[in-house]
Every structure is written in structure tokens, then in C-alpha cells.
Write a new protein. Sequence first.
Length: 670
Amino acid sequence: MDLKIKCFSSYSASAKRNHRSLPHFTLLAALSVVAAFGLPTHSQAAPIAIQAWVHDPVFAGVALSPDGKHLSAVSPPSIDAVPQVAVWKADDLSQPPLRFDLKAKDGGRWKPQGAFWLNSESLYVSGVQTFDVNVGARTIKTFRAKAFVWDLGKGRLLEPFGGGGSSLDDLISSLTIIDRLPLDDTKVLVAAGTFEGATDIYEMDLKSYRLKRVFRGATGSSAFTDLSGEVRGRTKFEGDGETARIEFEVRKVGSNDWTPAGSFFARDRQGPQPLGFSKDPNVLYMSDNKDREVAAVREYRLDTGELSEPIFAHQKYDATGVLLGQTKKKFGELLGFRYYGADLATYWVDADRLALQRGLNEAFPGMTVSLGSFSDDESRAIIFVSSSNDPGSYYLYDAAKGLTALGRPRPLLDPAKLASTELVSYQARDGLTIPAFLTIPKTGSKPFPAVVMPHGGPWARDDMGFDTWRQFLADRGYVVLQPQYRGSDGWGQTLWRAGDREWGQKMQDDKDDGAQWLVDQGLVAKDRIAMYGFSYGGYAAMAAIVRPNPPYQCAIAGAGLSELRTFDKITFETRFGREFQNPTIAGLSPLDVVEQASIPIMIFHGDRDQIVPIEQSEKYYAALKKAGKNVQYIEIDDYGHGPSLSIAKQAQVLEILETYLARDCGPGGL
């Protein structure tokens, strides 16, 4: 695919208005992906074809090399082809990129998922493929990942990280990057798990790719480094039940001894947790939600053992992280703090980042502007601009030349034809305020049909970012409500803890109350509402059909959990995970009360799902069928707990939603 760049003959109106706020700002025309692929411009008839929603992104994971001379992306040569890794010369984007496939030495092919630069000559690329392995008499169907390095100088693909063999042992022995060491172009730090449950850390030479162990891990613990690459902190799991906790330990400057730095008890679900070291080697940033509605950032001093007052806190939302400079010009400097409002946001304290963010925000009003990788001299950066109804565009920012549009991940989706999402709230029946994301179709009139779509987790949340399921359903004419029901994370401890042991009960009331709120607003017809959910959302859909007087005409459950009593055995991968969340899980097991089902349900599940086993859906389907209930079931081959490697499988999920809602939901469909 050739990049086709041309200058616009004039600024857009908004660019003219905001010219002074962003120095040297000039808009250049985008890579016209549709034209480059030889496809016609999408003349939008409703509904938008499924291919437009599910093809692999034509331009994704864009990263800038540290010297600013190259940019990389995962990009297919044509819209229906398998993605490749592409590398462009940043000074001449009109030239065709270097392209390569992820083909291992053994002939195996891996689908690229992302890439970033280890230094200006070495590009780290991750790939994934399906994986079947026999464990005893059972075949486990899953996916596996493998890391490669493209050596730009030698023009060849290397496999220094292991993995990709035919056994689980080979996967366990693979290496993981833990520190790119931005100030040292010659090496990186990698970690390797051991069969004893420890993690060893090695230096990897980026010329020879030889390894030198620099830290031997202890069983049951994991380590993290300071900004110089020294192992200065570790976490380990201790106890069980009431005493289950994560212990934090640190090494003071110049010492090899481990000193306790705090504990995080599973039963409490609150307290300080490490975020990473400051530029000052005596300071460790900590996230802390103890006795607070939302988490704040504090500083823990290793030399005194003192925890500071909050250095950053938001009145309404959790502080989620600290941004430190990763370029040679600003390495280790505190740039800003992250928090999770309607969307993930940054509070910048670095003047340069703040000025750039403000200028870009003015140039793209109403959009979410994200700053990506920067060159070491900070003169160039990758910018991503998106919104709830726009899957986004990539730009190359150059301090001297302004912005160059690079490409859109999904060029067949026209933002002008897609619906916007807004953050709303409503009152649950017991008075608790429930945030929710509301999307109203671009065309049609009230009262609409609607889909209530609870997120997975449940200790998770939705946001304002582009959501394919949300937009697809709105394009098909449905109002979409995404309740941030009690038990959702990121909205404060009150809402989060209110979901404890309320599965299928008050957590479910919140979703039903959202359906009623839509009716009360005059947006939705009372007899034209469905529920669709995946993972925990699939459980919620399973629960919806067996509760008294459901406000839905039908439910669709993807990868749902039908019985709570097996949750701790099949879902958590760590002892702490079980201790942390399992005590909060209690309530309704839909499998136990299938006789109470009163509305139809469609169930689907992927045969490669290793998060929620497919048996959970199979058992629920069989029990409903035996009870004479209106149920359909589809097993999707080569589909995991979420997106598949195959766009055909992605399309199959959308086809299930579209067909079932239109034809089989209640009497005659919605």
C-alpha cells in the first residue's frame, strides 16, 4: 500500500480559527485508504455492511522510532488481506513502506498484533495464532502469542524471545520485555517465569541478543525496576482467607536488603499499591484508595518509610497512573497524571505536553486527542484523534511542519453517519445513582427499540471511546444503554462495593431500572427492549430471562457464566484473584432456575474460550431445552473470549445480533 499524501488547498474553518494556538499548524490530506485499496468511496445506505465493522484495521498500533526517522504500523496490503508489519521513512511518507510477515523459522505464521521500538534499529513485534495442546486426555483449544524483532539495519526477522513451540513448557519459558531502558540503546530488560513460580530478570544485548541474568526471583513474587533499570521493588502473595494479602517490599538506595513497604489485604480491597519509581530513586509513586471514595496518587519515600499526602486526586474519578518521560530529552520527568472519567484522560503538569494538548484539542474540537510515542528530541510524535462515533485517525506531528494525516483504522465507517454517545445517569429503585452511556440512533424516531448492554467484569466499566457493538446496534436502529451497574469499577467505592453478593439481584435491578428509565424518557417502546451482554454481561443476559417480569422481549448471552458455584474454579488464574473477588460473588445461578425462564434467549460461545469455559453455555442450553424453553445456541469455532483472529468469526457475532433481534426476539422481533 502506497501512502498518498497531498496538501489541502486551504485550512478547514476550525483550523483557521485555531491557527495561533498550535504553532506551524497545517493540515495535510490523509492517506486515502479507500482509494489506495482500490475500493469505491462508501456511499452509506442504512445499514452499514458488516464488512465495514469487522475487517482488520488498515492502520493500527502506529509507533515512532526514537530517532524520529521511521514509523511503524500493523497494516494489511489490501482490506481483505492478512495484516503485515509496515515501516515508513518519516521524512518521505510518499514512498512505499517496507513490509514483512511474521513467519517463524519453523514455517509457522503469526498474525501481528502490535509493535514498538526497542531502539531506532530494532522493532519489537507481537504475533498470535491458534494453539491446541493435549493435557492428559483433554485437548485445550486456545491462542498463543510470540514476540519477534525486526532488525532494521540487517533487514531480517529475529526470534530472540522464544515461545511458539508445540508444548506448554515452551510457552512458559518465553521472555517478556519489562524495561526498554530508553537511555541505553544497547540493551533491554526481559523477564522469564520459572517452573517454581518465580520471575528472573535478564539483560538482553540488542546486538547479539545474548542474555545475562541480573536478578533471581523468589517463588511467588514479582519484581519491578527503578528508572535506571535496577530491581528495587517486589510484590509477593501471602496468607489465605482473612489474611490473604499482597506484600510490597523495596530496596533502599545502595542496599541489597528488602524492606517492607506495605500490605494490600484482599478482604479490605483498599490501600496503597505501587505505580512505579520517580526520577528520585528514593520515591515510589503509590495509588491509594484507603478511606477514600476515589483513588489518589501519593509518594512513598524509601529512605524514611513515609507516605505523603495526595499529590494528585480528582474529585469524582480514580487516579489511575503517573506519566513519566520516556524520551532522552525528558526521561523520568513527571509529565502528568491519568484518571478515568467519561473516558481515560490526562492531567498534564509538563508545560510542553500541556501546550501541545491544548492546541490539538482546539484544532479537533469535540474529539479525544491522544498523544502517542515521541521522538527522543520531542520534535515529532504520533497523535490519535477519535470520538464515540469515530474509530479514529492517526497523525504525525512535527514541531516544524505541523500535522500530517496518516490513515484511518476503519475508513469504511463514516463518522457523520454514526451516532454519538453521551454519559447520563438515572436512579435505581433503592435510590443509588447509576451512571450509564446512552447512544441514540442517527435516524428513526421515538419510541425506538432498545438494547440494554451490560459490560463484562463485573469489576470493569465502559467509557466514551469508540465501541463497535454499541455503534453497530445503533446503526441497526436500536437505542443502546450501557449501565454502569453496582459492582462496576472506576466510579467510586460506593458503587463498586454496592454490588457485593448481589449477582442477579440488585446488580440486575440496576439494568432493569435502566430499561424503565428509557421508557420514562419517551425514548423507547416498552415492548421493544432486549438485553445483550458478553462474559459477565452474558451472565446478566442469562439471569434476565429467569427473573420475574423481565422488562425485555429477549436476551442474547455471549460467553456467559450460568452457575456461580464454579466461578472461583474456572475463572481466576491466581490465588489472590480468588481471595480478592470470590467473597463478593453470590446471588442467582440461572442454571438452577431454568423453569422460571419466560422470554427467549440466544446463547453463543467460542470453542477457544479459556476464561469462561464453553461448558457453562452448553449446560444452560441443555437445561433450558429440556425444560421446553425458547432457546437457541451457536458454538463459534476458533473464537475465544472476545475477538477472533478470523474476521469471518467477528462477522458471525454481528450477524447473530442482527438476525436474532430482528426476527426472533419476542413475538416477531424487535
